[in-house]
Design a protein around this ligand. Structure first.
Ligand SMILES: [Zn+2]
Length: 276
């Protein structure tokens, strides 16, 4: 049985890690965009130095500049960085410009704390608890980034895939999936969506599915094993269909929507189902 002070400590650590996760969610897509622009500018400069100026190096990273309001860019003071509480006592708005701060910030912090506590209660204070927490937090970050930007970056999906194989190879897979199952799950996940996407492209001449979805299903295969993948795809399709119908009914929107969130949520659901 886990004592109350350990639960409190883990919850607090979860809040702090959730706060860091918010920084990743907000900055990672912009950092990658800056890198691409920089590489493009370097290439252009090398081709034609007369016309293209020496490119400025990217200045955004996870640690700098310091945390600031996304609207007025005012740097936040230490007490404005306290997870959940600062958002609550400022009533979800910036103290300087009054514009609202997204509810996803406290949601991510609270989810992180809840997941950390749940993992430690379920697995004890162990590396398996860490593995379960890491898996679910990557899915949470991927879901929000994809929902906000319609893009699931490789810097989320590929580390999730490698971490799945790493934890499994150390005998720390939370679902006790074997290493050979994890490798097969990874290949099957990749193969299934890659064939679907390629088939769709050959038949219709259009891109139907993002590459991020393919890598995410490969990562889910590494964590959940190949036998879980049909359930993941079924649950994700139902979620995706519900989302598409909702968007069409509510906003009259048709066509493309992000499949990544449906896939990530389905992966988390099948994972929790598998723990029972
Ligand atoms: Zn502001």
């Amino acid at each position: 049985m886990i004592s109350l002070d350990i639960v409190l400590m883990v919850g607090l650590l979860g809040l702090i890690l959730g706060s860091f996760c918010n920084v990743v969610i907000a900055r990672l897509p912009k950092m990658i965009e800056q890198e691409w622009e920089y590489e493009h500018a370097v290439f252009a400069h090398e081709q034609d130095p007369e016309q293209w100026p020496v490119p400025a190096e990217p200045n955004l990273s996870l640690s700098s500049p310091r945390s600031h309001c996304p609207h007025c860019k005012t740097t936040l003071r230490w007490y404005e960085l306290i997870p959940v509480l600062s958002w609550a006592w400022q009533r979800g708005a910036c103290r300087h410009c009054g514009k609202s701060i997204a509810w996803t910030y406290p949601l991510v912090e609270l989810s992180s704390a809840a997941l950390a506590v749940a993992a430690v209660i379920y697995f004890g204070l162990s590396l398996q608890a860490l593995a379960a927490y890491v898996f679910l937090m990557f899915l949470l970050a991927g879901t929000i980034i994809d929902a906000q930007t319609q893009w699931l970056p490789d810097k989320i999906t590929l580390p999730l895939l490698w971490l799945g194989l790493l934890f499994t190879s150390l005998g720390l897979n939370p679902l006790a999936v074997s290493l050979s199952s994890a490798v097969w799950g990874c290949m099957l996940g990749w193969g299934l969506l890659w064939s679907l996407a390629t088939g769709f492209k050959v038949i219709t001449g259009k891109h139907g599915m993002g590459g991020g979805d393919i890598k995410l299903l490969a990562a889910l295969g590494a964590w959940l094993g190949p036998l879980a993948l049909p359930s993941v795809l079924l649950a994700a399709s139902l979620l995706g269909l519900t989302q598409a119908l909702w968007l069409r009914w509510r906003h009259g929107q048709q066509g493309a929507f992000a499949f990544g969130p449906a896939l990530a949520i389905a992966g988390a659901m099948i994972f929790l189902w598998g723990l029972q």
